[in-house]
Design a protein around this ligand. Sequence first.
Ligand code: ADP
Length: 464
Amino acid sequence: MLKKILIANRGEIALRIIRACRELGIETVAVYSEADEQSLHVQLADAAICIGPAPASESYLRAERIIAAAEIADVDGIHPGYGFLSEDPEFAEQCEECNIKFIGPHSRSIRLMGDKARARETVRSVGVPTVPGSPGVIESSEEAVHVAQQIGYPVLIKAVAGGGGRGMRIAHNAMSFQKEFNAASNEAAKAFGNGAVYIEKYIEEPRHIEIQILADEHGNRIHLGERDCSVQRRHQKVIEEAPSPFVTPELRAAMGEAALKAAAACDYWNAGTIEFLVDKDRNFYFIEMNTRIQVEHAITEEVTGIDLIKQQLRIASGEPLRYKQSDIQISRHAIEVRICAEDPSRNFAPCPGEITLYYPPGGHGVRLDSHIYGGYVVPPFYDSMIGKVVTYAPTRELALDRMNRALSEYLIRGIRTNISFCRAIIRDPVFREGGATTKFVETFLARTPHEIFTKTNENLDQSP
Ligand code: ADP
């Protein structure tokens, strides 16, 4: 078993990894930027090393500084968390070259699945359905127009290096195509240093449903069912649940089998997620693979009873999987809400600052993964997510009631958050009936009185 690891991340995921390590008796080394000196992950790890100034580009994204810290601290492994360097094949490769175990898949698998056009081709070659689109990267605008015409409008132009919902443009017809094509390519070149794009049919009102997998380094692979992540704003997830209210046992089995085929096609090990879009007729299409732990992993933990971070550490230690597919039972329902320091009444503008009063929710069936506390100052330099509230229960209805209750208790003063916005979604009849597609948030925002988002979460009950 690994004895000591470095955590190349911050915030709630750094804490989550420290917790798993502590239960396994693994020593932890945190890294932090100058802006994170007061962070909980720095205080709770066994040791902590400052790796540079506040901007991520000078600290959490600096592979060479993290590797140097790992060598000084003499760790056996590095857990990259999500975001930052977690899907950077060069970072994984550097770890491999320095004989530091990268707690994730091999750099080969990251590289292959990180190119979204090659990922599509790879999984299609083993029989996994993909969204109809260009066979690979689009080489010229003539080819682009031709492909778009063949698959039919609307089409989505996507960056091969895309992520976080960026580098994606819809073209509704031939007239707007050229403009959107150029915009997507320029945006991708700026954001990812790679302007290559491919084209997919734009699926109208799909659901985003993804499959969690676990694979060891000895060729054993299982899936842990799905998460429904259809509640998204600007292609970014806001609320997730497991199991999906839309998925039948037959669909789950078929998607699980497809996910395992995709994982085998890139010789995958450790934890990973295969993302699909599912149309109203329950046809499913691969869109991408995330070769890391995801934000929303906690809901899978709560419905299966399996600690995914511990499994990652065991797999990276060379252990064979402890579970067979038949051991995996989905025994309850779980929902996750991503709490962000942002102001829904000002177009979700980030709201960093000092938390002057803090009271977290608790009670039966509530899990809170967060690094914030009273007096903590949310720095302006990083992602605005400040925590995740997860509720679980024997039924979906009860899990939703519990989430509504938990969000009503959650007090964060001094900064604005999206808590009342999320609470309003949890109480929305369309969402409650399990009817949310990826269009949901857009229509919800259009039909919901704006005042709701300026209310604090605990007095939402007094709204009409
Ligand atoms: P990213 O890596 O930026 O997160 P994804 O490929 O995972 O990009 O897509 C993010 C979201 O964008 C999906 O969950 C879905 O809502 C939307 N999306 C992606 N591809 C399509 C498509 N072909 N048709 C309709 N919506 C899509």
